[in-house]
Design a protein around this ligand. Structure first.
Ligand code: IMP
Length: 436
């Protein structure tokens, strides 16, 4: 199986970073296909720590190609800082490749992101304010800059002269912070970006398809999660890209028949950042306890994440939208020493039991979780985790296996990876070889 996609099954922050990092070791090429620097993960390679947002996780692994696909929106100013951070920490970005079709996040997109949120008032989405939504809006409105534009001076000059006044008017209209740049200063800035990353820009669809033709191992690395998908997520409380299965193809320039497997990453409980419906959300002390136990604070924004019990209505929706062929269950160790573990198996909406995640926000706001209760297990001390991992799946506490196997049965997908701690080694891998 030379290609595998890794997609979060909830609202992001499922621990995809760790699973991707764990599997990256076996991959030749890693592709990001959507989102931008609204994502965030920490990666440790040879004792060096890298905090990445816009760069694909594989970039810090020597000898691998790490691709920013056409479906990603790229903030080159912030990517420059990240590249410097990697180099300052003893890494290299030689393997980086950026699609010539990837759209750029400009400073005015960040300003518009903040202004749009202000306009929404009580309907605020709670975005990361990284300019993601406004950059995708411009892509669809056909007024976006693409990475490949940087390589064509005349085209760039022409586009800036047309687009900059348009965006300045938009900033005015939205009462956003004005943009002080001129056509000349923006052209200069963008030439600087070309000098910084021009050598990495290419047709990455050809690169990825050639790698697949040669039988190389390719990982498609999802960002955010299925429930933040622009079509299939909790609209309008979503991000602006296609985070589910279809996004892999449109965002990296590969056909559906080139994707051999999709690994859904499911956190053993649920979290979400920002606004929007969350049927199994906890409140008060109970929520704070889970937040602290799980270290649920955002890498990109530092915000405390909302926390609740595992919701299999959500996971079934994600699995259907992404085509999960296997699962990675993460942070199950966080549930150690919890006597009662509720798992949501349906919603009760207006007196009816509903098994499929509804589109309507109004319905979701009226939904009550229907729980099945599982007996918790007595966990181990963190320093014992490696011996638990070495003892293998069959020696995990019986109640933990019951929890995992219930999820497998409900979703009809095998849980091939069980993550028992933040380190790469703290992982039970029931498949071993991912490529056969
Ligand atoms: P945006 O992607 O910045 O437009 O934010 C839209 C929604 O997606 C907000 O609720 C964000 O909190 C959420 N979001 C964006 N990126 C992530 C992520 O990487 N993890 C979790 N939530 C995210």
């Amino acid at each position: 199986m030379p290609s595998l996609a890794i997609i979060g099954a909830q609202w992001g922050d499922e621990g995809k970073g760790k699973i991707t990092d764990y599997l990256d070791e076996q991959a030749d090429l890693i592709v990001r296909f959507q989102g931008g620097n609204n994502a965030g993960h920490t990666i440790i390679v040879d004792g060096k720590t890298f905090k990445l947002h816009g760069l694909p996780s594989g970039v810090v692994r020597p000898g691998k190609l790490a691709v920013i696909g056409n479906g990603v929106v790229v903030n080159l100013e912030e990517l420059g800082d990240e590249i410097n951070h990697v180099i300052a920490n003893g890494g290299s970005v030689d393997g980086l490749r950026i699609s010539d079709r990837a759209h750029l996040i400009m400073n005015y997109h960040k300003k518009l992101d903040g202004a749009e949120e202000k306009y929404r008032g009580k309907n605020v989405v709670g975005t990361t304010k990284k300019g993601i939504g406004p950059a995708y809006q411009d892509k669809i409105a056909r007024i976006g800059f693409r990475a490949g534009d940087l390589l064509e001076d005349d085209l760039l000059d022409d586009k800036i002269a047309f687009i900059l006044p348009y965006k300045k008017d938009m900033l005015d209209l939205m009462e956003a912070e004005p943009c002080s740049c001129t056509v000349e200063s923006l052209l200069d800035k963008m030439r600087g970006w070309r000098d910084m990353v021009g050598r990495y820009i290419c047709d990455t669809s050809v690169l990825v398809n050639d790698a697949l033709d040669q039988g190389k191992n390719v990982i498609f690395e999802g960002a955010q999660g299925a429930m933040l998908d622009i079509d299939h997520g909790t609209y309008p409380y979503v991000t602006s890209s296609a985070t589910c299965g279809g996004g892999i193809c449109t965002g990296s320039g590969v056909a559906p028949n080139r994707i051999d497997g999709v690994l859904g990453v499911i956190k053993a409980y649920t979290t979400r950042v920002g606004e929007g419906p969350f049927v199994t959300e906890l409140s008060g002390e109970e929520e704070l306890a889970l937040q602290h136990k799980g270290g649920e604070f955002g890498v990109t924004t530092g915000r405390g994440r909302r926390c609740g019990w595992l919701d299999l209505v959500v996971c079934e929706h994600a699995s259907r939208m992404c085509g999960f062929t296997s699962m990675g269950i993460t942070k199950i160790d966080v549930l150690n020493d919890t006597p009662d573990l509720p798992v949501c198996v349906a919603y009760e909406i207006d007196g009816e039991e509903v098994k499929h995640f509804p589109a309507s926000i109004a319905k979701l706001n009226r939904a009550k979780p229907v729980y099945e209760h599982f007996k918790g297990w007595n966990g181990w001390r963190p320093e014992d985790t490696m011996s638990v991992v070495k003892a293998g799946y069959d020696n995990l506490p019986g109640e933990m296996r019951e929890y995992i196997e219930f999820v497998e049965k409900y979703l009809k997908v095998p849980a091939d990876i069980i993550s028992l701690g933040p380190d790469r080694d703290e992982t039970i891998d029931r498949r071993g070889d991912w490529w056969n």
